[in-house]
Design a protein around this ligand. Sequence first.
Ligand SMILES: Nc1nc2c(ncn2[C@@H]2O[C@H](COP(=O)(O)OP(=O)(O)OP(=O)(O)O)[C@@H](O)[C@H]2O)c(=O)[nH]1
Ligand SMILES: [Mg+2]
Length: 249
Amino acid sequence: MGSDTLIIVPTYNERENLPELTRRVLEQPGGAEILVVDDNSPDGTGALADELARANPRLHVLHRTSKDGLGRAYLAGFAWGLERGYEYLLEMDADFSHNPADVPRLVDRARSTGADLVLGSRYKDGIRVINWPLDRLLLSLFAARYVQAITGMPVSDPTGGFKCFHRRALLAIDLGTVRSNGYSFQIELTHRIWRRGMRIEEVPIIFTDRFQGISKMSGDIVKEACWRVWTLWLEHGLRRHPLPAPAKV
Ligand SMILES: Nc1nc2c(ncn2[C@@H]2O[C@H](COP(=O)(O)OP(=O)(O)OP(=O)(O)O)[C@@H](O)[C@H]2O)c(=O)[nH]1
Ligand SMILES: [Mg+2]
């Protein structure tokens, strides 16, 4: 294995975005590797990813048989990366909503602070979202307030999907029992880490709406997030603060 850093990129019909995205991620300093997790995209993203991987040993592909949601794709990607010993595992979308140039900022913050999780945040110290319709921005801002009001978790952007986990955080949270899939997947993972008293850092990022490809956003994803937040609070014994931090090993 060449690098200690793996960027996991789930894809479903991202043919237009993938070649340029992987090129731009791979040219960043730090030498991180990429794992594309494709759910048998009908547009042939999986075969295209294989072709790109043949040309670059830092690019890997995991194929799954059918569309099974973002959360499942990430869980498969985490298992792949943990098995192979990567120390930093990132989540990143394929549609350029997340800027490849921000990857080193997230990883550097994790390295320099020893944080268990670094979140790319659209809402820390301002609002940095480009080209989103107002209703979508309001929904996302409301979600952040909603999560904090119910769970007490003080992160500014809990539904964001650009984040860097240290492997110890993923190993600590029992990924086998994670059931949520849409936005609540992001909230659940962060809450599981926070409630154990693990260390979370936030790095401001600029988020840009996708300009190519098709959105997979749906009302079901929003509904799932609404009720899941209550179950996270219940699971944590109705507490609104983390447990004492685990002893450092
Ligand atoms: N493997 C896999 N990837 C998915 C699935 N659903 C979404 N993705 C990918 O996950 C990332 C985020 O999904 P998006 O569709 O961009 O979701 P979003 O950012 O909330 O919404 P839009 O940008 O409006 O489409 C993209 O890279 C998608 O291709 C899925 O079921 N399986
Ligand atoms: Mg997107």
